[in-house]
Design a protein around this ligand. Structure first.
Ligand SMILES: *[C@@H]1O[C@H](CO)[C@@H](O)[C@H](O)[C@H]1NC(C)=O
Ligand SMILES: *[C@@H]1O[C@H](CO)[C@@H](O)[C@H](O)[C@H]1NC(C)=O
Length: 515
């Protein structure tokens, strides 16, 4: 009654003083009569003000202490935008938005709402964005969004949702983005997704599905982006992604995968970007992304066990443009045949890995616009002279020049923390290396020569002995037998003279080998 009285006064004032549109603008609020916008963010309100212009279009009530809405909005039929983020709303009641057909944006994040009723959102036929982030919602019952036929973005992140009824999303015929991040879902709500075939993006990060069973997303034929980060995924069934024939972006970061789920990728023919960071694989083996014929960007950051990228790992991914493999603390090897020779790689980031050296023939340099090898324990020796040459002569894009300039040496100690780009070829001790190489080769040659000589001598001696044997075969017994006789004598003790000889040899540090 009191409210109606105030509205009455307000109406009278509005009619009598045509210029005073906002009859009672609450303290600490700003009321723009021209734009029909009221800003009451952080104004210390504990109820929704009901004395504002009934034609109000935008109402900003964030960061107040409002506990309920009751019938407050029955006054404002023209409301298009309502922000009640960070208040103390516990419930939204039933039918309280019945008259807000023009409302486009409803922001109710960071309140204490725990229950949604079937009729809570009834009437909001024009609503395009609904944010319920950071509340205490546990369950989405059937039909709660049934009247939200224009809704495009539904944000239910950071709640405690563990149950989504099969028909919870019925009615959301225009939904494009569904955010269910950071809830308590124990499995993918596949049956509830049955009515969402037109949805473009679903975020399921920070839930808990150790296994992705077959047909998990089978009804989401138009989905372009799927985020499954931090979901404790250990195993992906080979038909888990069946039906995702338009998927472009897949995020599987921060899970427990110990190998790349190559078979499951079979259905993702259109995929452009894949993020597999923070998983447990040790190696990227041959043809890991075999069926991803359109893939352009592969990101694997902070995979703690990743050591190697093997031969043909990125075969036949000829459209691959960006490789982002940063902060993999054990990654120290990329096979020189890892990339398909047709690859048009544009950017390669290998920052913060464990590379001590890097071979020039790993990457196709002709098209490369960006290359980052910062924060690796590089040994700046002659093997990196090609990179020094690159850094000093190539013209990379300016923004990327920074990354290149800041490639530093970790070893040898005299070059520690120095930038590779600032070194000269002498610092890399290529001369020393050359000399060493020459010396090594020389020694090898001399060795071979000596061996050849020895063989020749032995052969010559053998021939002489044979010649003698032929000549005196009746007089001298087989020399080999004689040798064995001497050896046996040594081992058993032999004559006293011979024993003395053995004892002498025994003092020799190498005697063990002889005896
Ligand atoms: C440079 O260091 C790397 C890494 O230890 C090593 O594999 C390579 O053989 C070295 N090159 C030369 C020329 O000493
Ligand atoms: C590098 O590129 C800049 C601008 O694109 C150009 O002005 C400069 O001459 C180039 N330098 C070399 C060495 O090609």
């Amino acid at each position: 009654m009191k409210n109606q009285g105030i509205i009455g006064i307000c109406l009278i004032l509005t009619i009598s003083l045509k210029n005073v549109v906002f009859c009672l603008c609450p303290i600490r609020c700003q009321c723009n009569e021209e734009k029909l916008v009221v800003m009451c963010d952080g104004a210390g309100l504990d109820v929704v003000p009901i004395t504002l212009n009934p034609d109000l279009r935008e109402l900003h009530l964030a960061r107040n202490s409002i506990k309920g809405i009751m019938t407050a909005f029955s006054v404002y039929h023209s409301l298009e935008y309502l922000d009640m983020t960070s208040n103390q709303l516990v419930a939204l009641g039933r039918n309280n938005f019945r008259l807000q057909e023009k409302l486009h944006i409803l922001l109710l994040g960071h309140n204490m709402i725990s229950t949604l009723y079937c009729s809570t959102f009834d009437g909001l036929k024009g609503l395009r964005i609904l944010k319920l982030t950071g509340n205490f919602i546990r369950e989405l019952p059937d039909g709660i969004f049934v009247e939200l036929v224009s809704l495009e973005v539904l944000d239910l992140s950071e709640n405690s949702i563990d149950t989504i009824s099969k028909d919870a999303f019925v009615g959301l015929g225009n939904l494009k983005i569904l955010l269910l991040k950071d809830n308590k879902l124990g499995h993918v709500p596949s049956s509830s997704f049955g009515t969402l075939s037109h949805v473009l993006s679903i975020d399921l990060d920070l839930n808990n599905f150790p296994i992705l069973p077959e047909d998990s997303f089978v009804n989401l034929a138009n989905l372009e982006k799927l985020s499954l980060g931090s979901c404790g995924i250990r195993k992906i069934h080979k038909s888990a992604f069946k039906g995702l024939k338009n998927l472009l972006y897949l995020i599987l970061q921060d899970n427990l995968l110990d190998s790349i789920p190559t078979e499951a990728f079979l259905y993702l023919r259109k995929l452009l970007e894949l993020n597999l960071g923070q998983n447990y694989m040790k190696a990227i083996v041959s043809k890991s992304f075999n069926s991803l014929s359109n893939i352009q960007t592969i990101t694997i950051n902070s995979a703690p066990f990743l050591e190697r990228i093997e031969s043909e790992a990125f075969l036949p991914n000829i459209r691959l443009q960006n490789i982002i493999f940063n902060h993999n603390k054990k990654l120290s090897y990329i096979d020189r045949n890892a990339f398909s020779s047709f690859t048009l790689l544009r950017a390669v980031s290998l920052r913060g890995n464990n590379f001590q050296t890097f071979s020039e023939d790993v990457l196709p340099w002709s098209d490369l616009e960006r290359f980052d090898l910062r924060d690796n324990p590089l040994i700046c020796n002659c093997s990196l002279s090609w990179l020094l040459h690159h850094l000093q002569t190539r013209n990379y894009s300016e923004s990327f020049d920074f990354d290149l300039t800041h490639i530093r040496c970790e070893n040898p100690p005299v070059l520690r923390d120095l930038m590779l780009k600032g070194l000269s070829i002498d610092d890399l001790r290529c001369h020393e290396y050359q000399t060493q190489k020459i010396l090594t080769w020389s020694f090898a040659a001399i060795g071979i020569l000596l061996v050849a000589l020895l063989v020749a001598v032995l052969w010559f001696r053998q021939r002489t002995v044979n010649d003698l044997k032929i000549k005196c075969s009746t007089v001298i017994p087989d020399s080999r037998h004689e040798n064995r006789y001497r050896m046996d004598n040594q081992l058993r003790g032999g004559t006293s003279q011979e024993r003395e000889w053995v004892v002498k040899i025994g003092r020799d540090p190498y005697a063990g080998r002889l005896v």
